[in-house]
Design a protein around this ligand. Structure first.
Ligand code: HEC
Ligand code: HEC
Ligand code: HEC
Ligand code: HEC
Length: 490
């Protein structure tokens, strides 16, 4: 076959034909793109012709009048049916599933109750029903649960919002996480509505207004799916990002601030409780590094007739592999699903080793105290336990981490195991000094109930206190909420 350049040399007009054809093709593609853009613009405008939405409008159904598709798909977060190998939208008792957690969190409210995350629709219900909220908690706990929060912070001031006891605002916090949490009601642009994330960026000299649209598709999630702590007696919500986003940098932040979430009831170690650092871990994975946003996987596009819109049914992307992963990957659904499971299997395997070593370290430390160990002997042990469990928790409290950044998770768990075993070596020294034999610890038949008894929790009492609370407080909240609703103008 002759090369095309040779043919053009023979027939010069062929060059012009090719040139013209190219121009035509480019023109037609341009036309296509512009009609597609217009179409999206049109549907957008059609929807926005509806009523203007108030500045602090928390009610999802009011936004839904203008944006029915986004609203209807968002309300599907109430569907609890999806389940994958390890995760899903159902109610799963994670303490039942892994009773070691009870011992790891002895002395902290998480040892009473810890469930699998469900859809956004349930955020308020799950806080109200949690046995963790039998203890008095601040309104800081409401921060990530409701689209009433931006309005309340505006009315009350941020500081006094956090300070107010959780039970005093129950009648105000009635709409679940919703449109106002991620969107500007005037322009529908994505925006940050929570002060903790904005303040964290400002301390680093970053102006969140400069984030691109693609970045905002993760930043809106990072408002809540991040590590945090309650600072000082005012229980002010703070993201510990000043040193950076890695597990070591946040550990340094907490150590320098001498922050302790609680003192462990068995080992007396000054503990840190990691809280779902989903965003921080995601940043370290390949998708985060390639700029794939949370919403690209968790909120893929959906088509209805000629309209393409964002599926607001936020849940595991394994429930819609065809629209999430397969937009970028050509492998079959089954292959992609197995890719996810095999990464999760590996992270689980190391998490189990680290948790077992930590449980033993806590129980051995208690045994050392019981046999007369001194503060000085125990200090290095307790610091190692603190750092080991912080790392283990960092990985497991972020439910999606095993897929979001598998090698980072395995690295962190490796250091966690190392520190837990080092703590146990130190304990062996303590036992030698005390002239006692190291205790035999058998975790084979541990159940949630046994573990809770072991750490001295009276679950019957806690459950009856909860029922009492629900019986007395809920009707008052409902009555006050109805009265307030009648007068509200957002
Ligand atoms: C957790 C954050 C979040 C919540 C809550 C949320 N959205 Fe969105 N919304 C997004 C993201 C992310 C996009 C996608 C932007 C993109 O891909 O360009 C989006 C896109 C949109 C768009 C643009 C058109 C489209 O479909 O892409 C509209 C309109 C919209 N959302 C309406 C709503 C309404 C109404 C609600 C409440 C029922 C809501 N959103 C709740 C994050 C959210
Ligand atoms: C205002 C706080 C807030 C924002 C913003 C937010 N989330 Fe959530 N998210 C939560 C809470 C709280 C839960 C757990 C609710 C429960 O278990 O009752 C949750 C649960 C989830 C779940 C588990 C759902 C299931 O069915 O398994 C996923 C997945 C999720 N969020 C992803 C996202 C993504 C992606 C974004 C950004 C587009 C986002 N979230 C934005 C607070 C938030
Ligand atoms: C918007 C595009 C996009 C989406 C959506 C996406 N990926 Fe990826 N994925 C990538 C890119 C880019 C890489 C990195 C490949 C490279 O740069 O060589 C990657 C890498 C991977 C890898 C290899 C990871 C590693 O550490 O080597 C796996 C496995 C994977 N993706 C699975 C999935 C699954 C499962 C989903 C759906 C839940 C998904 N991806 C969704 C773009 C995407
Ligand atoms: C490349 C695709 C991808 C990206 C990007 C991504 N995720 Fe995930 N996410 C997944 C997969 C896959 C799972 C595991 C789901 C399963 O096992 O059912 C998951 C799990 C989760 C879970 C637990 C879900 C459950 O059912 O309990 C949460 C929460 C979550 N991701 C939030 C986020 C947030 C927040 C971001 C951005 C900071 C993000 N994800 C970015 C694919 C992604």
């Amino acid at each position: 076959m002759k090369k095309i350049t040779d043919r053009i040399k023979e027939k010069p007009w062929l060059g012009w034909v090719l040139f013209g054809a190219t121009i035509l093709v480019v023109f037609i593609i341009g036309l296509f793109v512009s009609t597609i853009m217009e179409r999206r613009g049109e549907t957008y405008q059609l929807q926005q012709v509806g009523k203007p939405i108030g500045e602090w409008e928390p009610r999802l159904e009011v936004w839904g009048e203008n944006f029915p598709r986004q609203y209807e798909t968002y309300m599907k977060t109430s569907d609890t049916t999806f389940a994958s190998k390890y995760l899903g939208s159902g109610k799963i008792d994670l303490l039942e599933q892994n009773p070691k957690y009870v011992i790891l969190w002895a002395g902290f409210a998480f040892s009473r109750d810890y469930g699998q995350a469900r859809g956004h629709y349930y955020a308020i219900t799950d806080v109200i029903n949690s046995l963790r909220t039998v203890q008095p908690q601040p309104s800081t706990c409401w921060t990530c649960k409701s689209s009433d929060v931006p309005r309340l912070m505006n009315e009350m001031g941020i500081d006094s919002f956090y300070r107010t006891p959780l039970k005093d605002l129950g009648h105000e916090v009635v709409n679940p996480i919703g449109c106002l949490d991620c969107h500007d009601p005037k322009t529908m642009n994505l925006r940050l509505s929570r002060p903790a994330i904005i303040e964290a960026y400002q301390r680093q000299g970053i102006d969140p207004k400069n984030f691109s649209h693609q970045e905002m598709k993760s930043q809106v999630c990072a408002q809540c799916h991040s590590e945090y702590y309650f600072k000082g007696p005012g229980r002010y919500l703070v993201f510990p990002w000043d040193e950076g986003f890695t597990v070591e940098q946040m550990e340094k932040f907490y150590d320098d601030a001498e922050h302790t979430d609680w003192v462990h009831a068995l080992s007396r170690a000054p503990m840190l409780k990691s809280q779902h650092p989903d965003y921080e871990i995601y940043k370290l994975g390949i998708h985060g590094k390639r700029g794939v946003a949370c919403a690209d996987c968790h909120m893929p596009y959906k088509t209805e007739g000629a309209v393409k819109f964002t599926d607001h049914h936020i849940q595991s992307p394994l429930s819609k592999i065809d629209r999430s992963c397969q937009v970028c990957h050509r492998e079959s659904e089954e292959t992609l699903r197995q890719n996810v499971y095999s990464l999760q299997d590996k992270v689980k395997e190391l998490a189990k080793i680290s948790e077992e070593a930590l449980v033993k370290a806590h129980l051995e430390a208690k045994y050392a105290w019981d046999n007369g160990a001194t503060e000085a002997m125990m200090k290095p042990v307790l610091t190692l336990i603190r750092h080991s469990q912080w790392r283990s928790d960092f990985v497991t409290s972020s439910l999606g981490a095993a897929f979001h950044a598998p090698s980072e998770c395995l690295r962190i768990l490796g250091t966690s195991i190392d520190k837990a075993q080092e703590a146990r070596l130190e304990l062996a020294n303590v036992f030698a000094q005390l002239k006692v034999k190291k205790p035999v610890i058998d975790l084979a038949n541990l159940t949630k109930a046994k573990a809770q008894e072991m750490i001295g929790l009276n679950m019957e009492q806690i459950r009856s206190d909860k029922n009492e609370f629900l019986k007395n407080v809920l009707p008052v909240w409902e009555k006050k909420a109805a009265e307030r609703q009648a007068k509200m103008n957002y």
